[in-house]
Design a protein around this ligand. Structure first.
Ligand code: AMP
Length: 303
């Protein structure tokens, strides 16, 4: 059996408690897999692998399904849903975590149904690297494997994370994470360190300062789409990943031109996400909106 067009994504499906200088939400739909799926669905079929607790509102899963995201491998376990509590100051580039409650994720043992093992693309969104590895082992012969992570796992599960890096094609993470992971302050050195651990592509997200995409042969940088008002950066990284990986999965190639296009689509999706809390903006987005901002970002950066 060959691979198919779908993207398999494992990561958190969460209830978030977030405060920014411009508002706050509690028990809002969040999670790395959630944000990823809501963005990637514009480009390819997305199947999520995750676990939620008995307290997780059914309407949140209903929303993901209405967006076209396959939630058939999102298990409901007894216990509480993963929760993340964080805040941002006026420097919206740095989330400050106040509390991470793994809850049902601490005993999660993902078993992929047969339908999910033939995915052509695998996105290992931010979650315990041991879980990311467990999912990856069950996929037969994916064409493209990418992962994300965050400081929480760098600090608690570094050996597993390094093992994971040796098995992925693309690493996405933000600037402070790649600095912490590599022990290098300079981003070129940090990217080079990451490229020596396995991935062929390293994408470093720098919040409002945009993205730098490194391979051994090239670097491509774009600023973030300039916005008048940002309400909540939560999920920007995962939403970027959705646009980026979605574009690569749809095009079926990972050459320099495809990577550039993917970075732009990722940036466009992320720019919509930060305009409201939770999935409020991205859930109502149309493909035409994405194309509009794609052109606007091109006009903003061409020289
Ligand atoms: P981002 O802003 O793109 O880095 O991701 C924000 C999302 O990541 C939030 O919706 C959180 O629920 C989720 N999150 C926060 N900490 C963790 C963690 N340690 N593992 C998995 N997901 C997390």
């Amino acid at each position: 059996m060959g691979t198919d067009r779908s993207i398999l994504a494992v990561g958190s499906v969460a209830l978030d408690n977030v405060r920014t200088p411009f508002g706050r939400v509690s028990e809002a739909l969040g999670g790395s897999a959630t944000y990823f799926g809501a963005a990637a669905r514009f480009f390819a079929p997305v199947r999520l692998v995750a676990v939620v607790g008995r307290d997780f509102p059914e309407r949140h899963l209903g929303l993901l399904r209405r967006l076209g995201v396959d939630t058939s491998a999102v298990q409901r376990a007894s216990g509480r849903t993963f929760r993340w509590k964080g805040y941002y100051g006026y420097d919206l580039n740095n989330a400050r975590t106040l509390k991470t409650e793994l809850n049902v994720f601490s005993a999660f043992d993902p078993q992929l149904p047969e339908t999910h093992r033939t995915a052509g693309t695998v996105f290992l969104a931010n979650i315990d690297p041991d879980l990311q590895l467990k999912v990856l082992r069950q996929v037969r012969s994916p064409r493209l494997v990418a992962c994300d992570t965050m400081n929480f796992w760098i600090e608690n599960k570094k050996p597993s994370l390094l093992k994971l890096l040796s098995k992925v094609d693309i690493l996405l993470c933000n600037d402070s994470e790649v600095r912490e992971l590599s022990g290098e302050y300079n981003l070129i050195r940090a990217a080079r360190w990451a490229l020596s651990k396995g991935p062929k592509v390293v994408v470093i997200k720098k919040g409002e300062h945009g993205v730098a995409c490194f391979t051994r042969q090239m670097v491509f940088c774009v600023p973030a789409f300039l916005l008048e008002q940002v309400y909540d950066p939560t999920g920007a990284g995962d939403t970027f990943a959705g646009g980026f990986i979605g574009t690569l999965a749809k095009g079926g190639r990972v050459d320099a031109a495809s990577l550039r296009r993917a970075v732009i689509y990722g940036s466009v999706l992320a720019s919509y996400n930060v305009e409201s809390f939770s999935l409020n903006r991205v859930a109502g987005l149309k493909y035409a909106d994405i194309q509009l901002r794609f052109k606007a970002l091109r006009a903003m950066t061409r020289f």
